[in-house]
Design a protein around this ligand. Structure first.
Ligand code: FES
Ligand code: FE2
Length: 434
């Protein structure tokens, strides 16, 4: 499979149509100071003003992964998420459609729902009891004047798109339309796994002490994977390496990978499952990469010996030795789907140097905890791996905050990190002149 993204030169700055705010000018200057093929200049990881500009230009204009439909399985079920200063409520309405709303009352603006997740019959504001149905209509407002039309006071909706059980929202009035292109490409990979009808077995929130880009960059390379002893039981450390980049010490593992890769490709072909890696990380708003890849040892799941962690398959796959289906989508998602479970990772900035990583494990809806799976065992490898990654991200944040930090060169093995920061720079430059 092709693993290298082309290195891009910085996109020339177009002349802004109107004067930029000082924060946006500073953001542009920081991007101008970027050297292609190198880590980003420090202010892009550390400056609160640049972070605020980034939230407005990127997080409030791009499609953002918010979770899975399994998190809102029944009518009235909801989750809330903060995207910058905006609180978004994602819920399933009484007709079982997933909707998203700004979590702001149409009366005097009170925050409507204050929990991270829950279930409601109607959405009732805690201030003066204005009440909204699950499709957002204002259905009760005590003493509302007769000349005020409640139909004009529905909740403000947010664009939401479900792709095979994966939920994305976009806060922009005119979202990038490439989500449909991405859906067309990735849906055939995900459809057999039935994520849309899975159930949540576990969810863990971890706040990392680093900028969100450091979290994403860290995920885009396995250069640091010696720090993940549990993960390396099944995750081939040569992931992301071209043939000529495989070091001698990984040669034996790489030979196992090549054999397992060929076997898995055959098994997928026999089941009609698409196999080629498709990578379009830099040029489109919803940069993505989808891949199937074998796993080491027993090749079934993220356990220490590679054997299944759930005794029921998730979706319509024949057998458990199916490796993993991986997806990376920018700005904030990566995930793995094995035959027995899926695990998704959603990244949300909390502050310039704080990032929430929400990890969710999905299993077949009929799998029974304690019978078909054990939550501790199911979550163990990624709990450990997440903690290890959080420590790496915290180290990186401390380093880029040091006056001595100078952006350093990416190695050949960090091509996907380079692709990520190139995507980031291109999106900011596009949006800053819109
Ligand atoms: S602010 Fe919500 S009912 Fe008054
Ligand atoms: Fe890692």
């Amino acid at each position: 499979m092709s693993l290298l993204e082309p290195a891009l030169d910085p996109v020339p700055a177009a002349a802004p149509a109107r004067p930029l705010t000082p924060q946006r000018e500073a953001l542009l200057r920081a991007l101008d100071a970027r050297t292609p093929g190198h880590s980003l200049p420090a202010p892009l990881y550390t400056d609160p003003d640049l972070h605020q500009a980034e939230l407005e230009l990127l997080w409030q204009r791009q499609w953002v992964f918010v979770g899975t439909s399994a998190e809102v399985p029944e009518p009235g079920d909801y989750v809330t998420l903060d995207i910058g200063r905006a609180s978004v409520m994602v819920l399933r309405d009484d007709d079982e459609q997933v909707r998203a709303f700004h979590n702001v009352c149409r009366h005097r603006g009170a925050r409507l729902v204050t929990e991270d997740k829950g279930s409601v019959g109607n959405i009732v504001c805690g201030y003066h009891r204005w009440t909204y149905s699950t499709d957002g209509r204002l259905v009760h407002a005590p003493q509302l004047g007769p000349d005020i039309d409640p139909a004009c006071l529905s909740l403000l909706s947010v664009h939401v798109r479900e792709i095979e059980g994966l939920l994305f929202v976009c806060l922009a009035a005119d979202p990038p339309d490439d989500v449909e292109d991405v859906a067309r490409v990735i849906a055939p990979y995900f459809a057999p796994h039935h994520l849309g009808s899975a159930k949540v077995a576990a969810q863990i929130d971890l706040v990392e002490d680093g900028n969100w880009k450091l979290t994403m960059e860290n995920n885009r390379e396995c250069y640091h994977c010696d720090g993940h002893p549990d993960l390396l039981c099944t995750f081939f450390q040569t992931w992301g390496l071209a043939e000529h980049q495989v070091p001698d010490r990984m040669r034996a593992s790489h030979e196992r990978f090549l054999l397992a890769d060929a076997e898995l490709a055959q098994r997928c072909a026999a089941q009609g499952l698409p196999y080629p890696t498709i990578s379009d990380l830099v040029d489109r708003p919803l940069g993505f990469r989808v891949e199937r890849s074998p796993m080491d040892a027993a090749g079934e799941s993220f356990s220490r010996d590679g054997t299944r962690l759930v005794q029921r398959t998730l979706g319509d796959v024949d057998g458990f030795r199916m490796g993993r289906l991986g997806l990376h989508a920018q700005p904030n998602l990566w995930l793995h789907v094995c035959a027995d479970h899926a695990v998704t990772f959603a990244v949300f900035p909390v502050g310039v140097d704080k990032t929430l990583v929400r990890t969710t494990w999905l299993v077949d809806a009929d799998a029974v905890e304690g019978v078909d799976y054990d939550v501790d065992a199911l979550t163990e490898v990624w709990r450990h791996t997440n903690e290890e990654d959080a420590a790496f991200v915290a180290l990186a944040q401390r380093g880029v905050s040091d006056p001595a930090y100078v952006p350093g060169p990416y190695t050949e093995t960090e091509a996907q990190v380079d692709a990520f920061v190139s995507w980031y720079a291109a999106r900011i430059r596009e949006e800053i002149v819109r």
